[in-house]
Ligand binder design. Structure first.
Ligand SMILES: Cc1ncc(COP(=O)(O)O)c(C=O)c1O
Length: 427
């Protein structure tokens, strides 16, 4: 094993040996290659002649680039064309951490890691797979779930997704979680995604302590748990009694056997899907700087060996948006659009009790989507009928149709549900 990896592992073990236990084999071997090219380039910074770094400079030392690219971008060339560290731009990492604290007031007083930038959330999840999953490890995910988790974890790292139904009598299925978490085996990898894709559900405020207690009790009974918290849709909560923070706030202080990993980004919550800016942050009870820095080094190393670094231009754009005085008001306006649509869907369903002959909505209160369970039809069949005869696109899940109100203008929502109803009733 590389001496740098050994050093990180020593730091991790010295702070919390459970974290070392739950790393994958690859995760244990990972380190940030701070010696070698990166270190040599850093040492040469500011020298009159710096023949280290693998970018090209003009004769006057400015970034060498093509006008046909730079003329389309209103940012300094250095913030577009130059490389950024594999961990991400330091100012962006600090800003995102500050925002995490601001958006999650009950984190106050806790110590969490500095976020590491990833090429959006999918990539962040994949890096977690790299660091925490060995072949054959189970990943517990409430069902239904975003299908790409199979690709990200099972296909890439040989893990095995196991699931339990997300709902029990219309609420989050705490008992289901308890049962599956307490099955045989010490190491547990749990993935929680609220607001959820595809259901558009976030547990109620009163259910969060039950979920946290379930995880805490399992930890007290000796389970070593990594909770991957996919916060893709963070903040898009439309009802009052729904939990508004990330469950990371609670899980990062729950027990020394529980490592909370927050995977989030601008993709959905800041409506910047194509920019590809995500973050991975760590929190654990009594976590200290040494532990967090070692985990960030392993994550940065995994990024370095995978995509080298996430795009500078995207990170620069996002950072400048966060600093813009209009950022909050702009974000609030876009949130209001989605909330209005979610409320409209609720109204439509209420106004049409006849719909219930054909489909029933699953509970939803947040995010981009809602789901309906079809009573008499195969979702894939109805999806095709909707496409062919009703000019309407939806997504078929096993037993469900997923409807993205995020992408449906307010004035077309009535028609959308009428179409689904008729596609079911007439076929
Ligand atoms: C639950 C969930 N996580 C992650 C992602 C992917 O996010 P990104 O585009 O940032 O990779 C999605 C996208 O659909 C999602 O629904």
């Amino acid at each position: 094993m590389n001496p740098l990896a050994k050093k990180l592992n020593r730091d991790i073990k010295a702070s919390n040996s459970i974290v070392y236990d739950i790393l994958s084999k690859k995760g244990r071997e990972m380190f940030y290659p701070s010696h070698g090219i990166l270190a040599q380039a850093a040492e040469a910074k500011g020298k009159k002649i710096n023949a280290t770094i693998g970018i090209a400079l003009e004769e006057n030392g400015e970034i060498l680039c093509l006008d046909s690219i730079s003329s389309n971008v209103n940012l300094p060339k250095n913030e577009v064309f130059n490389y950024v560290p594999s961990y991400g731009k330091i100012n962006l990492r600090k800003k995102w951490q500050e925002l995490i604290f601001k958006k999650n007031p009950s984190l106050k007083g806790e110590k969490i890691s500095l976020p590491v930038v990833t090429n959006a959330i999918t990539h962040g999840l994949s890096m977690c797979g790299y660091l925490f999953l060995n072949k054959g490890d189970e990943v517990i995910i409430p069902s239904p779930f975003w299908g790409n988790y199979r690709f990200i974890f099972d296909n890439a790292y040989g893990s095995k997704i196991v699931n339990f139904p997300i709902f029990d009598s219309g609420r989050f299925n705490v008992e289901g979680l308890k049962k599956i978490l307490n099955k045989r085996g010490r190491k547990k990898v749990l993935l929680l995604n609220f607001p959820n894709n595809p259901t558009g559900y976030t547990p109620l405020e009163e259910d969060i302590p039950k979920i946290v207690k379930t995880i805490k009790t399992a930890a007290q009974n000796g389970k070593k748990i990594v909770v991957l918290i996919d916060d893709a849709y963070f903040g898009l909560i439309y009802e009052n009694n729904v939990y508004k923070e990330s469950i990371f706030s609670e899980l990062c202080k729950v027990h020394k056997n529980v490592l909370a990993v927050k995977i989030d980004g601008v993709t959905k919550e800041d409506y910047a899907w194509g920019l590809r800016v995500g973050f991975v942050s760590y929190g654990i009870k009594s976590g200290n700087d040494k532990l967090y820095s070692a985990l960030a080094d392993k994550t940065g190393g995994a990024v370095r060996g995978n995509i080298s670094n996430a795009p500078n231009i995207s990170q620069s754009l996002v950072l400048s948006s966060f600093k813009d005085s209009k950022y909050n008001s702009q974000k609030a306006k876009k949130y209001a659009i989605l909330k209005k649509r979610a409320n409209k869907v609720k109204q439509i369903l209420k106004k049409h009790p006849e719909y219930r002959d054909e489909f029933e909505a699953l509970p939803f209160n947040s995010g981009y989507f809602m789901c309906i369970v079809l009573k008499n039809h195969d979702p894939e069949k109805i999806r095709n009928i909707l496409l062919d005869k009703y000019d309407t696109g939806t997504i078929a899940f096993p037993g469900l149709l997923r409807v993205a109100f995020s992408a449906t203008p307010y004035n077309l929502l009535e028609e959308l549900f009428e179409n689904i109803y008729h596609a079911c009733k007439k076929n």
